[in-house]
Design a protein around this ligand. Structure first.
Ligand SMILES: [Zn+2]
Length: 167
């Protein structure tokens, strides 16, 4: 076979979901109240064929990693650690959350996912999942991959896609 073109493999599964609570801040002083979504993730990886297996990446392993990444934040309150407006402070077994300096919520620590992002938008969640997946794939020795594209949907027809090119 001639080496022409590139391959994309995609994984979208009913179990690649995470049901999580969050709130986002908007421009100015607007801020949502706490609410939840059944988020759905899907991913595409691109790259050269592995000439031993004739696949780009093992589907089973890709699904397995994605499921684990989704499970890590499933059934938790997603909180941003890099927000300029949302303060997140751990106090032993609780997490205190303030917005614009005003106390807003206190959660059990075990029910929170403290995330290194500035706002819990689907854009930032897609980027975070991509970075985590990229680390996992590199650790798995997937040096043939050229791009990862991650979609996170928070409602039907409402999603963000993040794409990173790997060099
Ligand atoms: Zn929301």
């Amino acid at each position: 076979m001639q080496e022409r073109g590139e391959f994309r493999v995609s994984v979208t599964k009913d179990y690649l979901v995470f049901s999580s609570a969050h709130f986002i801040t908007f421009a100015g002083h607007r801020c949502e109240g706490l609410h939840g979504h059944n988020y759905r993730a899907s991913v595409i990886v691109e790259g050269a064929l592995n000439k031993e297996t004739w696949f780009v990446f093992d589907f089973v392993e890709l699904k397995h990693v994605m499921k684990r990444l989704c499970d890590e934040i499933d059934h938790l309150v997603l909180l941003p650690l890099q927000s300029e407006r949302v303060g997140v402070v751990e106090n032993g077994e609780t997490v205190s959350v303030s917005v614009d300096g005003k106390p807003r919520y206190v959660f059990p620590r075990k029910d929170c996912a403290l995330l290194p992002i500035p706002n819990t938008t689907v854009e930032m969640l897609a980027q975070l999942l991509t970075e985590r997946l990229q680390r996992e794939l590199q650790a798995a020795g997937a040096s043939n991959l050229t791009a990862i594209e991650m979609e996170v949907e928070e409602n039907f027809g409402q999603s963000a896609v993040y794409r990173v090119t790997l060099t």
